[in-house]
Design a protein around this ligand. Structure first.
Ligand SMILES: [Zn+2]
Length: 341
């Protein structure tokens, strides 16, 4: 919807009290005026990316295709006859060191950097056609995805975009690692990391992600990282088989191996990138402040579940004229670390 500035009438709907509830008609909640609700967005043309998967080590391609409004982001496993898996929190599988979507025997691994790029660019609707079980890692950052998508161009669609507005603090974790959401008029993130390693100690950073330029300059280039001493352990777990110095920053006893860091604090920037990619599974933009202290993928998933588990935590602001998408429901208790598809 071009030129849709000014005051808009929207439905403000508290979260569903039944987390197992599927898509539903919108209850008409409190009507309120909200300025600046943006249009849904998709690509002008398809963008294709090819590379190895970080954990599986197999070559795969993902093609990001334009899709109609209200589609959302949906993975399509072309190698499995076109079976679909929406990029939503309810399909997140419980994993320790990685993000996996899984449903009905179909899985998608390592979606988080692509999803972070789509979220930050405001791409609400796209088919993510995947040849293989894992999104290619490329250079370990979100920058190639963001650049490739921007080169194709973005187009505003007619429908307005729903939004999740956090209304009270939500937190998960313990004394050693913690992740919190707080009410905020925008999307703001703070993270701190603290490793017991002389080349990777304490780093902290706060960013606002209200503009695409902020994402491109501050978070998108930050690469995946691992300590050398953890790489062998990951490989024993069947992970990181596609990892190399071209796709990750590896920190050894003598310092950073391979190419130089892109930022002195590239590690905490990548942590923020992962937070964005994992919270993108909420399925629509989030208005909140995120505070992450030594968080990881498992905690990111738990925070999204905690947010959605209590309808008092958020308002789901949806335009009154379209099929409303409810927030993604928490995943049912799953099988940690299982492999599928
Ligand atoms: Zn990452």
């Amino acid at each position: 919807m071009a030129g849709s500035t000014g005051v808009l009438f929207v439905s403000r709907v508290h979260g569903s009290s039944d987390p197992a509830e599927g898509p539903r008609a919108a209850p008409r909640g409190i009507r309120a005026t909200i300025a600046g609700m943006r249009c849904q967005r998709t690509l002008k043309a398809a963008a294709r990316f090819e590379g190895v998967g970080l954990h599986g080590g197999r070559t795969s391609t993902v093609t990001v295709e334009p899709a109609p409004e209200w589609t959302g982001l949906i993975f399509v496993r072309e190698d499995l006859g076109g079976r679909r898996l929406p990029a939503l929190q309810q399909y997140r599988a419980p994993m320790v060191n990685a993000t996996r979507l899984e449903h009905d025997g179909v899985a998608v691994d390592t979606p988080e950097h692509l999803l972070a790029a789509l979220y930050a660019l405001g791409v609400d609707n796209a088919l993510l056609r995947l040849e293989g079980p894992e999104v290619p890692i490329l250079d370990g950052s979100a920058l190639p995805f963001a650049r490739g998508i921007l080169e194709r161009g973005l187009v505003d669609q007619d429908a307005l975009c729903p939004e999740i507005v956090v209304t009270q603090p939500v937190g998960v974790g313990d004394a050693s690692r913690r992740l919190e959401l707080h009410p905020c008029d925008g999307f703001r993130l703070s993270a701190a990391i603290d490793f017991e390693h002389r080349h990777l100690g304490h780093q902290q950073l706060t960013v606002r992600l209200d503009r695409v330029e902020d994402f491109l300059a501050k978070l998108a280039p930050a690469r995946t990282f691992a300590l050398r001493r953890d790489v062998e352990r990951l490989m024993e777990m069947g992970l990181a088989r596609g990892g190399s110095l071209d796709s990750a920053v590896v920190v050894g006893d003598e310092g950073v191996e391979g190419s130089a860091l892109r930022f002195p604090d590239e590690f905490v920037r990548h942590k923020l990138l992962d937070v964005v990619g994992d919270l993108a599974l909420l399925g629509c933009p989030l208005r909140a402040r995120v505070i992450a202290w030594r968080s990881g993928h498992a905690l990111h998933g738990r925070l999204a579940d905690a947010l959605l588990s209590d309808p008092r935590n958020f308002l789901f602001e949806s335009p009154p004229d379209g099929p409303p998408k409810p927030p993604a429901a928490p995943a049912p208790p799953g099988r940690a670390g299982s492999r599928a598809g």
